[in-house]
Design a protein around this ligand. Structure first.
Ligand code: NAD
Length: 216
């Protein structure tokens, strides 16, 4: 199915990464009963200049009103739409170990548009169990299940690093077009497949480095 959200506009990645921060903040303001927000107000909270915010928001289809700023409900709508959080992206997860099981248990992902429909593993202890109402099947069943019934386009990869590449190849064989790779292995994918690497450890290294630079 073609994603109906207007992703294709050429937004630079740093701007794209900042938009979820604005969204989280304006959602908080909505909860507090506010109706309008200015880029200066967002700037104060997020530590990004008002000019940058206005520029970032120029990529999404919204314009602010002089003096009052952006209408909060409208801003939430267009940001969620633009970021793809409104559209349900069907996913499967490979490797239901400690990280994989935690991701299956996290209902937050669905709020951000990622619906994991099944987990796959090879371990007897997890195969044919349910985690957070999500079934876990044997990895051997993946191609058939995905092509016939699940039809997921995203594969979340949480297997041991030494089988990351072969598992990624297998996911692609089963119809996966985007891989969210949590393993530390730099997997390769053919053209036409989206790869997103994510590591909490990389952020940890940045934090350690900044801590070292603090004055005694
Ligand atoms: N990106 C991050 O921030 C981050 C954080 C923690 C762990 N990790 C990485 O995530 C991966 C999983 O870590 P973990 O601690 O959950 O490990 P784990 O050993 O608890 O889980 C791995 C799971 O993969 C399963 N598995 C093995 N072969 C398989 C196959 N062929 N098909 C399907 N499943 C298979 C195992 O049975 C196991 O359940 C590792 O690569 C680890 O380095 C990344």
């Amino acid at each position: 199915m073609v994603d109906p959200t207007p992703f294709h506009r050429n937004i630079p990645e740093p701007a794209l990464r900042r938009l979820p921060w604005y969204l989280a903040y304006v959602k908080l303001l909505k909860k507090q009963g506010e109706s309008y927000v200015s880029s200066t107000q967002i700037a104060k909270k997020i530590n990004v200049s008002p000019t940058q915010i206005a520029k970032d928001l120029s990529y999404v289809n919204i314009s602010g009103k002089t003096r009052v700023g952006y209408e909060i409900d409208q801003l939430i709508n267009v940001l969620e739409e633009f970021l793809g959080f409104r559209y349900v992206h069907k996913a499967v997860l490979f490797g239901v170990g400690s990280l994989g099981a935690a991701l299956l248990a996290d209902s937050g992902l669905e709020q951000y548009g990622l619906k994991i429909l099944a987990g796959f593993d090879v371990k007897d202890a997890v195969v044919n169990t349910m985690i957070n109402h999500i079934p876990v099947y044997h990895a051997n069943e993946f191609v058939e299940r995905n092509t016939k019934t699940i039809k997921a386009e995203i594969g979340v990869l949480t297997v041991p690093a030494d089988i990351a590449q072969q598992t990624a190849d297998f996911l692609i064989e089963g119809g996966i077009r985007g891989i969210w790779n949590f393993t530390p292995f730099r997997i390769r994918v053919p053209e036409g497949i989206v790869l997103q690497n994510t590591s909490i450890y990389a952020h940890l290294a940045v934090m350690f480095n900044r801590l070292k630079q603090l004055p005694e």
